[in-house]
Design a protein around this ligand. Structure first.
Ligand code: MN
Length: 319
């Protein structure tokens, strides 16, 4: 008899009723005993253009009520094989950038210390930097990064080093990420200057531009990504602006010509062999959304990642 947390039964209580939590799971005070901790990071202090991702977690929680209990392709029933719950939102500071980053890191360190793997919802992409610091615990991580943007710029607005356009440059400088085990998929759109990605490429980051993805398709691209990150610890980060804005308009920095939601799902389902130590979905910005469609994309990608991570938790337990 397992004592895993279960979502509220949708056959008993309709999915639009009750408190809003991720996947209609119980809200718990601590990640103690969890395999996967679902956590919100309502902070967009690193946003350089259209703000609003601070409202992402609440709307993703709302639309995650549409997720059911099992995956129709893999057959994974995440709540049967892994202990998963909503641990709430991390403490943030909306008016102080450095304190915001420090609070996110401290909050995530507490979760990671319990042994639970975090699956977080941002927030802008700068939230991933303190999360990576916490998850790495002295290790150097690989990363599979779905995004329209490389987010490896050096600084903005007169030398400011911390924005949602710089997190992975900082993470590499800090030794949290091994650039030779970082793959970025879906990169596209206009750049600030022709050489904008030169630094990232010189570090060894593999950038798979959207055009290459279209030529090769999801299976081939993910096969290469898996080879690059290998069997060592790897973080998965999913920026919702990797999706085409016709399907996910609710984001701060949309770029046309993106993934379909179906292509993104296909890719996430192929990550089973990756040694995932944490994952996130970021940049859902409800003020620009239409009828919750982008929050639904965010919740769905979160569900895809959760199913892969739950299957891994079960495999680890059986070993
Ligand atoms: Mn990004």
């Amino acid at each position: 008899m397992t004592t895993y947390h279960k979502p509220i039964d949708a056959a008993e209580v309709p999915r639009f009723a009750g408190h809003s939590t991720f996947m209609r799971l119980p809200a718990v005070a601590s990640a103690e005993g969890l395999d996967i901790a679902l956590v919100g990071i309502p902070w967009d202090g690193g946003t350089t253009n259209r703000a609003g991702a601070r409202h992402g977690p609440r709307e993703v929680r709302n639309l995650s009520s549409l997720m059911r209990s099992a995956h129709h392709v893999s057959g994974v029933a995440p709540f049967e094989i892994a202990n998963i719950a909503d641990v709430g939102d991390l403490s943030v500071n909306p008016i102080d950038l450095m304190d915001g980053i420090a609070r996110i890191q401290r909050g995530m360190e507490e979760i990671v210390a319990t042994g639970a793997l975090p699956l977080s919802v941002g927030g802008d992409h700068l939230t991933t930097l303190p999360v990576l610091r916490a998850v790495s615990r002295g290790r150097t991580l690989g990363m599979i990064h779905f995004d329209a943007h490389s987010d490896t710029n050096d600084s903005y607005f007169g030398g400011n080093k911390y924005t949602h356009g710089t997190p992975f440059r900082r993470a590499i400088e800090e030794g949290v990420l091994d650039p030779k085990r970082v793959v970025q998929i879906g990169i596209r759109g206009s750049v600030y200057e022709p050489g904008e990605h030169d630094w990232a490429k010189a570090q060894g980051i593999r950038i798979i531009y959207m055009e290459e993805f279209v030529r090769r398709g999801p299976e081939d691209v993910i096969a290469e990504a898996c080879e690059i990150v290998g069997m060592q610890e790897t973080y998965i980060t999913f920026d919702v602006d990797s999706i085409d804005p016709s399907m996910a308009p609710g984001t701060g920095t949309p770029e046309v010509g993106g993934f379909t939601t179906r292509e993104a799902q296909q890719m996430l389902r192929l990550l089973g062999a990756v040694n995932i130590v944490g994952a996130d979905v970021v940049e859902v910005a409800p003020p620009f959304d239409i009828g919750g469609m982008t929050a639904l994309v965010g919740a769905t990608m979160m569900f895809e990642l959760m199913c892969v991570m739950a299957a891994q938790a079960e495999r680890r337990r059986k070993r």
